[in-house]
Design a protein around this ligand. Structure first.
Ligand code: AMP
Length: 417
């Protein structure tokens, strides 16, 4: 678990608001679920997923409840839906920290952040298209150029079940040719064997039965409409019949956004899919749902690699240097901040020289100096901390003068030319 320090932390906040801008424009509203849930909410995600069996931070609280820190938010959103029964469709987004006891490495942490959205109550493949398109648009807004979209369909639950059995039979027949780890995975979840990155498994995985051969007419039609919708929006994608995704609750459409610059073990920037049975499993009415979660930490690594959406330090308009006791700096910074400007100051009644050093280090546009003569004449000296000569202005005009320095008006520019 890490501290996110400034200026990186400011970039995190801008990231979350950029996401909110994109999805609020499509009618999604923010849901703020709790960090802790009854452990049963998450075990519904799937008994065969590592997220639940190995990585959960769960404990018994003082009220003897078995609770867990959320490892993801789709289950919490479905629990919330089952509890409050909002009107349909329910389109919500979220952001915040998730917790998984994983082996930490670059792009993989025990506390990490996600932004995501979920849309409940609509079965239409055009909703799948909307959801994927919103993720795509968000990456575009960040300036990422190398994100690849991978899509697949897991079919209807019955298609998926037949396919899982076919995979089981196929991999069991391979016997020892399959790696020991994959044989262990096979016992729990044959689909996950397709995820195997082990060299020795590759030929077997490549020749394994394909999910598309098990689609029902409805599942094939749903998927065809999703891909036609993506085509119509000009969104480039690759169909990968081996994409299964980590969590057990998916059915029909699934997708993943992969970063072009990251190692294959960590290149999933985000992903999601349909989970039409999850609300029911959490005690609600049978309700279709689809959503995605995008990893903040990892997406920002991709931004670093691609040189976009950089961290920006806060730029101060003014740094107030008060050599007459410190009260004037309190008043001036308050006036400037109330006037929509950014201002900081020195404390502890330091010497003029020491305060000017701090002003230069702050990166502010201007130092605002108050000495005895300024105090007597109700003025301040504005000293640009870049090029330019210092000048004196009336206190009453300071906000206007600094605002003008920040955004020179086109007319004023013409006048001075
Ligand atoms: P998932 O909920 O497993 O589908 O993950 C969605 C996204 O969350 C991934 O694509 C990653 O970007 C991010 N993510 C998942 N686990 C971690 C982790 N341990 N550390 C950092 N990011 C993660």
């Amino acid at each position: 678990m890490r501290d996110i320090l400034p200026p990186e932390s400011g970039r995190w906040r801008r990231f979350t608001s950029a996401f909110a801008d994109v999805v609020e424009a499509a009618g999604y509203e923010q849901l703020v679920p709790p960090l802790l849930e009854d452990v049963g909410v998450f075990t519904r995600i799937g008994e065969a997923t590592d997220v639940v069996t190995k990585e959960m931070y769960d404990f018994v609280d003082s009220g003897n409840r078995h609770v867990a820190l959320r490892p993801e938010l789709t289950a919490s959103v479905c629990r919330s839906f089952a509890q409050h029964r909002p009107t349909l469709p329910w389109k919500v987004f979220y952001s915040g920290s998730m917790f998984r006891y994983e082996r930490p490495q670059r792009g993989r942490y025990r506390q990490f952040d996600q932004v995501g959205l979920e849309a409940l109550g609509v079965d239409d493949p055009m909703l799948d298209v909307e959801v994927i398109a919103l993720g795509w648009e968000f990456y575009r807004r960040l300036g990422l150029q190398q994100v690849r979209l991978i899509v697949n369909s897991l079919g209807e639950p019955t298609d998926r079940a037949r396919y899982v059995e076919a995979l089981r039979t196929y991999f069991e027949a391979a016997g020892d040719a399959l790696s020991e780890q994959s044989r262990a995975t096979l016992e729990k979840n044959p689909l996950r064997v397709l995820d195997s990155k082990r060299e020795g498994d590759q030929a077997l995985v490549a020749a394994a039965p394909q999910i598309a051969d098990y689609y029902s007419v409805e599942a094939a039609e749903h998927f065809a409409q999703v891909t036609a919708g993506l085509d119509a929006l000009g969104i480039a994608y690759v169909i990968d019949p081996k994409l299964v995704r980590g969590l057990d609750y998916y059915r029909r459409t699934i997708f993943e956004f992969q970063g072009g610059t990251l190692d294959s073990a960590q290149n999933a920037l985000g992903g999601g899919g349909r989970y039409d049975g999850l609300v029911e499993a959490l005690g609600g009415p049978s309700t279709p749902g689809i959503g995605f979660a995008l990893g903040v930490d990892r997406t920002l690594l991709a931004c670093d690699d691609e040189g976009c959406f950089a961290a920006e330090p806060v730029v101060l308009d003014a740094f107030v240097v008060d050599v007459v006791g410190g009260l004037e700096a309190a008043k001036i910074t308050a006036e400037l901040r109330a006037g929509g400007l950014t201002a900081d100051r020195a404390f502890d009644q330091r010497s003029m020289k020491a305060q000017m050093k701090l002003a230069n280090r702050s990166g502010a546009q201007s130092a605002i100096i108050v000495g005895d003569s300024e105090l007597d004449s109700d003025t301040v000296t504005v000293k640009p901390l870049g090029p330019g000569e210092q000048f004196v202005v009336a206190r009453t005009e300071l906000v206007d003068v600094l605002t003008e320095r920040r955004n020179p008006s086109p007319n004023r520019k013409l006048e001075t030319q």
